[in-house]
Design a protein around this ligand. Structure first.
Ligand code: GDD
Ligand code: MN
Length: 376
């Protein structure tokens, strides 16, 4: 048994940590939802605006999906003469390059260039390589295993660039696949609200590889995609926002991403690792962020880098207290376990766990060149 004073102090600390852990995201979410989500966009969007577009598809062993990916691009209602597609392949060991060439042969109306890297150095490296061949005003990055939800997704996404204040545009995400669907779905619902509200306020610091569009001139100004961290899209979008432009997620462009059926956890942890790398890098720039962006960056940095650890610390304290005889701690832990039956709570706790594991894993490997997780 611990002395009562010490035990009480520890219990109070655990409660304070847990309170802060849950209160900050709830406060931020409520603020976004109440103050920003339903506001009209303060953007001059021209629905008919059609800039010249370069679509870049990075591939490493995507033979299974690359043809349907290119079909998905071809079915877009965007004027064909305004589109060029660059597939940048990094030494795939499967049939990807051959499939791309065959597809190009079958679809002569689409301007397509296949760029081949002899060595695989990661997605961002490949994107920078592709940029050398890009001529469009807007560069759209899209993953091979992603689908755009309708034939006007590209047109809708591009229309925002009619406002010169917009520097980058990304889609919102619909989860699909046979993975852990229910958790993935509630995670997405929550995050789409956050992405959209942050965008209405100024910019969102989290972009999606399923559709990440940038003004090419700005990509040049920021020196291309960062090759030392994993979240190339999010980090580049944030750097664009720090230059005073807006990097927004829009509610008229939706993307479907395949959720891996196997190795789901590896996949989530790797992506969390990339976000942690991104926010660690962003932290240095917080002070020079434009006013409206500062709070968004501060909140997201806190939520990704610090907040998950409060939960861990609180849980460990409660566990220690429970083991050393505190009934209150035991009850609190049991209550927490009971709450895990709620989907939203479970989703939250798993996400926190991924972030903690991701931060630790980053010490060992940054996963810049990653193993592909099987998607069905
Ligand atoms: N050329 C090239 N070279 N392409 C690559 C490489 C590489 O070394 N590594 C991955 N890719 C391609 C894949 O073929 C796919 O089209 C896209 O990059 C995304 O890779 P996935 O393996 O599908 O990863 P993900 O969907 O889990 O990654 C997501 O998160 C990343 C950040 O964590 C996506 O949103 C990525 O765009 C994002 O960068
Ligand atoms: Mn993917």
């Amino acid at each position: 048994m611990l002395p009562t004073d010490l035990s009480n102090a520890m219990l109070l600390t655990a409660l304070l940590l847990a309170f802060t852990h849950f209160a900050t995201p709830i406060a931020y979410y409520s603020y976004l939802k109440i103050r920003w989500l339903h506001r009209p966009w303060n953007i001059k969007r021209d629905p008919g605006y059609r800039p010249r577009v370069t679509i870049v598809v990075p591939t490493y062993n995507e033979a299974k999906v690359i043809e349907s990916k290119l079909d998905d691009i071809a079915r877009q209602d965007y004027p064909k003469e305004l589109v060029e597609v660059i597939v940048v392949d990094s030494a795939s060991t499967d049939e990807t390059p051959a499939k791309v060439e065959e597809w190009a042969h079958r679809n002569p109306s689409i301007k397509l260039v296949l760029v081949r890297e002899l060595v695989r150095r990661g997605k961002a490296h490949a994107l920078n390589h592709a940029l050398k061949y890009a001529t469009g005003d807007i560069v759209v990055i899209t993953d091979a295993d992603a689908t755009w939800s309708s034939s006007n997704t590209l047109s809708n996404a591009m229309s925002w660039f009619s406002d010169p204040a917009i520097g980058a545009v990304t889609c919102l995400k619909i989860p699909a696949g046979k993975g852990l669907m229910s958790v993935e779905e509630s995670y997405r619902e929550l995050y789409n609200v956050v992405r959209l509200a942050e965008s209405k306020k100024h910019s969102t610091p989290v972009f999606h590889g399923e559709l990440a569009a940038f003004r090419r001139s700005l990509l040049e100004r920021v020196g291309g995609f960062p090759t030392s961290i994993g979240a190339d899209d999010s980090n580049t979008a944030t750097r664009v926002a720090l230059m005073g432009y807006r990097s927004i997620a829009v509610d008229n462009a939706w993307c479907t991403e395949k959720v891996p059926s196997r190795e789901y956890y590896t996949w989530r942890i790797r992506r969390a690792q990339h976000l942690v790398q991104h926010f660690t890098k962003t932290m240095k720039w917080l002070l020079r962020a434009p006013g409206e962006l500062k709070l968004v960056l501060l909140a997201e940095t806190w939520l990704h880098l610090a907040n998950p650890w409060l939960l861990l610390a609180s849980t460990l304290l409660l566990l220690y207290l429970a083991i050393t005889g505190s009934t209150t701690a035991l009850i609190l832990l049991a209550l927490g376990a009971l709450l895990l039956t709620l989907k939203l709570f479970r989703t939250w706790i798993t996400t926190q766990t991924y972030l903690v594991i991701a931060t630790l894993r980053n010490i060992q490997t940054k996963e810049i060149v990653w193993e592909k997780q099987e998607k069905e």
